[in-house]
Design a protein around this ligand. Structure first.
Ligand SMILES: [Zn+2]
Ligand SMILES: [Zn+2]
Length: 86
């Protein structure tokens, strides 16, 4: 499934230009229309196992609620149509 705003796959992580927001692949697929972003790193967390040259701190790919299988608080969600992505 592709995002109607940026035309990229909903299950691929996207970053806002300033990297303070990151999309959650499962929340975005759940939305079905556009990428759903949350504050990074607060809503994601990091792990050394996911360290990469671009993100040496190792961002978790899914938001904390999705990883815990909890209901996601969408009140803080930011949508692809509202921001500039990288
Ligand atoms: Zn998008
Ligand atoms: Zn999520």
């Amino acid at each position: 499934m592709l995002c109607k705003v940026c035309d990229r796959a909903l299950n691929r992580t996207q970053w806002s230009k300033d990297e303070t927001l990151k999309s959650c692949p499962s929340c975005s697929q759940e939305n079905g229309a556009e990428h759903v972003f949350f504050n990074y790193p607060v809503r994601f967390g990091t792990t050394p196992f996911r360290a990469s040259p671009n993100h040496p701190e190792g961002p978790q790919s899914h938001c904390i609620e999705c990883r815990a299988d909890n209901l996601v608080d969408m009140s803080q969600a930011v949508y692809c149509s509202a921001i500039e992505i990288k």
